[in-house]
Design a protein around this ligand. Sequence first.
Ligand code: MLT
Length: 258
Amino acid sequence: MLLDFDDDGPGPVVILLHGFPLNRSMWKAQMAKIGSLYRVIAPDLRGHGHTAAPDGVYSIDAMADDVLDLLNALQLKEPVVIGGLSMGGYIALSLVARHPERVRALILMDTRAGADSTEAALGREEMAKQVETTRSTASVVQAMLPKLFSETTRNFHSDRIVPVRHMMEKTPARAVAGALRGMAARPDRTGDLARIQVPTLVLVGADDTITPPAEARAMAQAIPGAQFEIIPNAGHLAPLENPAASNAAILRFLSSLP
Ligand code: MLT
């Protein structure tokens, strides 16, 4: 399906895939800083931002295929850097597992390779049903928002929280339900990690409680040669909560690529 996207900057291509249920505007600080040196392309994934919201389950592989369609539409046949945060990271892992020839390097941010536990998947189904019944995403916003941010962000950067709330509130109920069901059904990609052959950066907020640093470190250790960075004063949305440290880590990694 056709994705809406931002596309700005010179140089090698870096694709940034946002988290759930956000949109490409979460990459504002990266578009500004990384986009001064690289061509940053940030799509709105299906159902999010300005991209249409079809009915049904948004499987992670289908969302990855949307990204592939975008690369093809932009005539980007050479491998590109793929970065993804949380759900965007699940999509990045799907891309590198199924289409390794399209990936030059990976940036996995606040994400995990494992599948949902049965309990987590059931919780997502319950949430999807609630969103559909009430035709409102208020319950998801209420459940997720307090868990996303570090104490530093909550105490000193509420200006960074407000746009996230708006992004979440703007995502249609249909899309929230579709993505919840897609994430619940995603495969365990832990076994794929040892087969990743591209340079990889794993980045995680020091205070991320959704995909905690210990899990991110284990993921980095399972990927041959992967670099690992902990971003201080950041929770689950590290690039948005601490853009200076996140951008510095990402630029260090990008400039190290062959
Ligand atoms: C995200 O930030 O994309 C979500 O936390 C992913 C998830 O719910 O697994």
